[in-house]
Ligand binder design. Sequence first.
Ligand code: DQA
Length: 145
Amino acid sequence: NNVLVLNGPNLGRLGSREPDVYGNQDLPALLALLEGEAPDGTTIDLRQTDDEGTLIGWLHEAVDSSTPVILNPAAFTHYSYGLRDAAAMVTKAGIPLVEVHISNPHAREEFRHTSVISGIATGVIAGFGFDSYLLALGAIARIKR
Ligand code: DQA
């Protein structure tokens, strides 16, 4: 039981990037949090890239391996139709894909109020810091029961 936890651009800088918005914990801390709370037998495959094509390739991989996805598309959320189309292949294959955000984009600048991903996601969790990912993991576990 594998879960892909995919992170888009600039999220590799967590810990030092805008700590007032994103906190001061980094991606290794996120991995430790998720591994600590994952149900028995669930492995967390956490990845980050600044590259749109790489992220799209990972979604293709999720389709081919029927692996559930927790996706923080970061800035791609707001404009990447290529990422949306790849994410749609995941959910149309009946595989859960939960869109997550650390911050609550709706409480921020206007351009963050639009997500081109949400319309094809299984569900969206935003605004709970790293707990957004934990809640997504719980949601995926409940879907699978
Ligand atoms: C984000 C919100 C996006 O608007 C932003 O571009 C990010 C991070 C979040 O997790 O809160 O990079 O996805």
